[in-house]
Design a binder for this molecule. Structure first.
Ligand SMILES: Nc1ncnc2c1ncn2[C@@H]1O[C@H](COP(=O)(O)OP(=O)(O)OP(=O)(O)O)[C@@H](O)[C@H]1O
Ligand SMILES: [Mg+2]
Length: 235
């Protein structure tokens, strides 16, 4: 088992607020690591801190054993860390094709091959290739956001609440797609949809009040209803 990314006691301030107060976790290559926790627990801030969008005041981030917490965001991204933000970051007036072109700009000569592979995984997007992203449904926008991060063969994808705002049947589709990416790509998944987390996750970390408070294999969380009640408010 290779630890691809690791954080050690991350502490992050946003303005005067001490938002992260000790986030420590590991993502193992080929696995799906799920970050769970209530609204406002600090899950999104954790991903943003790793990316340098909200840099930590203390603590470390290691990617392939190298410290990266001081790097500017573009350098972190260039190491092979893709990010699908909670709000998806889609440009409504650009076409699906243009989103793909921007994502692959300057990435060498195998771009067409990569676009083909990606479209095979996201067949709906092919149909909307020349359409503006603004006309896509919520699920299709989410697929576009994930495809855009996937297309560069990032070694690590960090995906923030892909099920948010989607109907259950569409959530299932997103789940199937992520399942097909599993193994090939290492994934850090922030997810409040517990069923999705349980289905895809290998390992979990619970963040509560800006701290990692509990972790283990996903199957352990499945067996401990009292943990889910205590930290996630679900049974
Ligand atoms: N720009 C900001 N200014 C002030 N407070 C912020 C800012 N961004 C986040 N916070 C606060 O930081 C805390 C953690 O926010 P974060 O977005 O990381 O939570 P989360 O676990 O992702 O929650 P959710 O499940 O609702 O997405 C919250 O209390 C939030 O109000
Ligand atoms: Mg969030």
């Amino acid at each position: 088992m290779e630890v691809l990314l690791k954080t050690e006691n991350l502490e992050t301030f946003i303005g005067q607020y001490h938002i992260l107060q000790g986030v420590t976790f590991e993502a193992i290559r080929g696995e799906v690591t799920v970050l769970l926790g209530r609204n406002g627990a600090g899950k999104t801030t954790t991903l943003r801190t790793i990316l340098g969008l909200s840099p930590p005041s203390r603590g470390k981030v290691f990617f392939k054993q190298k410290e990266i917490q001081e790097l500017p965001t573009y350098k972190t991204a260039n190491l092979g860390i893709g990010y699908v933000p909670e709000d998806q970051g889609i440009f409504p007036y650009l076409t699906v094709e243009e989103h793909f072109k921007i994502a692959t700009k300057g990435k060498g000569d195998k771009v067409n091959e990569r676009i083909e592979t990606t479209l095979a995984l996201f067949p709906d997007l092919k149909q909307f290739w020349r359409k503006q992203a603004g006309v896509l449904s919520g699920g299709q926008k989410q697929m576009l956001a994930i495809a855009r991060a996937y297309i560069n063969y990032n070694e690590l994808l960090m995906i923030d609440e892909p099920s948010k705002g989607l109907a259950p049947i569409v959530v299932e589709k997103v789940m199937e797609t992520l399942e097909r990416m599993k193994g090939e790509t290492t994934i850090i998944l922030v997810e409040q949809n517990y069923l999705m987390a349980e289905y895809l996750g290998d390992r979990f970390y619970i963040i509560d009040d800006g701290k990692t408070v509990l972790s283990g294999e996903m199957k352990e969380l499945k067996e401990h209803e009292e943990w889910r009640k205590k930290y996630l408010g679900i049974s």
